[in-house]
Structures are given as structure tokens and as C-alpha cells.
Design a protein around this ligand. Sequence first.
Ligand code: AHG
Ligand code: MN
Ligand code: MN
Length: 330
Amino acid sequence: MRESKIITIERFLLDTQPDYARGELTSILYDLALAAKIISAQTRRAGLLDILGFADNVNVQGETQRKLDVYADDVIIKLTQHTGRLCAMVSEEREEVISIPECFTKGSYILVFDPLDGSSNIDTNISIGTIFGIYKTLDEENSGCLADCLQPGRDLVAAGYMLYGTSTMMVYSTGKGVHGFTLDPSWGEFILSHENICFPNPPAYFSFNHAITHRLPTPILAYIDWLRNLTEPTLTHRYVGSMVADFHRNLIHGGVFGYPAAPTKPDGKIRLLYEAAPLAFLAEQAGGFGSDGSQSLLEIKPSYIHQRVPVFIGNRFLVEKAKEILFPKI
Ligand code: AHG
Ligand code: MN
Ligand code: MN
């Protein structure tokens, strides 16, 4: 008989930390798990924010009230910048690289994150998430300069996401498989619920925003048609509009998420550094693949922090088919 175990994220992080990590990486991940609990508690009250006074106007104390994505951004920064583990951060919500204030010690890691992914879904009570990636600095001085933040996804030392859905989950990888933890709200603990996640075969879903398909170039339409007409297996279309939620569903049941370039969005919509690269890292760790249509998302070195990129991500054979159709060998 298989003995069942209850393993907290803290226990798992300590038991599986990479040999080089000496505790710093583990403690960043643990701080992010705490951030997830705080953001999750706030997202659970999202429908009450207008009533309770956290919406985008002025509350009774005269404070400017904040949106959930600004709140999430603030929580992550306040939990991590003082710990001596990081030397810079990049957030979707901040135009520039975030430096560690002079009063705190700098560490040797860079944190990149999308504090709230799928924010247009907040007010309709649909799953949203947080995405993060962690890099090592490039220099001994831990300067935390722009070059440190512009590393290709291949150099990620860890990446993951939090999903605020029917339950709250944290899914991450340090390069040794992908592991998922579910928050027990009464204990306030993330418990290992999905060890060593791999994209299953056959896959079940394809996820594209069809509202833009009439504007897409013919080869991309041909790829979407191929997905639609596949018979072994047949795929069902599902699209949440929060990349984390779409990615997570496809990771659990198999499938492909795509956000291609379109005439109105020549570089696509998804941001390379803190959306596409972390999820591509997880995809590869789970036996899948992420590409921009021609090359692995992990090979692309960002030129600037908010760079966008076309994305195809999911089961490897589905993603590789995109390249075959978009760039046929003559
Ligand atoms: P964010 O909320 O962080 O700006 O990201 C939104 C992104 C991504 O999560 C999602 O897949 C995509 O936008 C949806 O875009 P469309 O509404 O154009 O389909
Ligand atoms: Mn996003
Ligand atoms: Mn966002």
C-alpha cells in the first residue's frame, strides 16, 4: 500500500533545493509563496473592493485606493527587496528596472514578475495569476544593472506561477521538474498536490483568441485550421484570457496556447521577460515546448525589459507543428 504524505512547500523547497543554492533561492521562493497567500486573500475580496474602499478612487482616509495589480506588485516588492537575496527586479507594473534601496543589502539574484496576469478578468470573477522568473546576476558585485535583467530564458534558475482560481496554487521549477502546491486556506499552507507534472498525451485543448483570427496572416490561420481539424486526437477550444489559467489547464490536460503576431500587434501581446520565458521554462521542464513560431522562447535575449513576443506553448508536437507550417522547408 502506498503511504500517503502531507508535504508543505517549505519542506519540499528545503529537501529539493539545488546544490548551488545555499538557501538564498529557497528563501526567495518561500517569500513568493507568502506573497501568493497575501495576494490570494485580496483577490478573494475583489468583488467587495468597491464597497470596502480599495478601488481606483479615494477612500475615507483620503488615501488613493489601488487596483489589485498595483497591490500585488507592492506586496511582492515589500516582501523581497529587504531580504538581501536580490539585486534588482523587473515588474510589468514598473517602467524601469527596480533597484534595491541603498538601505538594504544586495544579493545575487534577479526577480522578474507579472504581479497579476489576466487583470481584465478580475471584475468578472475569473481565474487570474502571478508569473515569476529568477536569474543569477552576471557580475560578482551584484550591481543589478540592466544587462543582468536582459538574460535569455535559457539562463533562468527558477520560474513559476501562482493561480488564483477555484483554489490557489503555486507551481514552480528550479530545473528539476515542475511541482504544484495547493493552498489550504484554513491552514494557510501550500501542500504538495501535483508532483512532477508533465504535459499528458494525447492533449485535449487549443487556446487562441479567435476574435483576432480574421486579421491573422494566412500561415497562422493554416496552423489554427490544422489544430481545429486534428483527428488523432481531436482538440477542444478553450480560452480564458488569463495566460496563467490557459497555460495551467493545458499543462494538466495537454494542449497548446497561442498568441501570435497580428497586423494590429506586430510583436504579439505577451511580454518575453516575465510572461513568455518563465512559462516556456516550465513547459520544457514538463516535457513540452515554447516557441515564437520559429525558435525556442528560451533562446531569445530580450533587447528591453517590456519586449513583446509571439507565443506558441504547450505539448511539444503541437508547438513544433507551428514552425513546420509557418516556415515550410522548400
Ligand atoms: P496582463 O493582465 O498581465 O496584462 O496580461 C494579459 C495577457 C495574458 O494574460 C492573456 O493571455 C492575454 O493578455 C489576453 O489577451 P486578449 O484579451 O487580447 O485575448
Ligand atoms: Mn500578464
Ligand atoms: Mn499583469
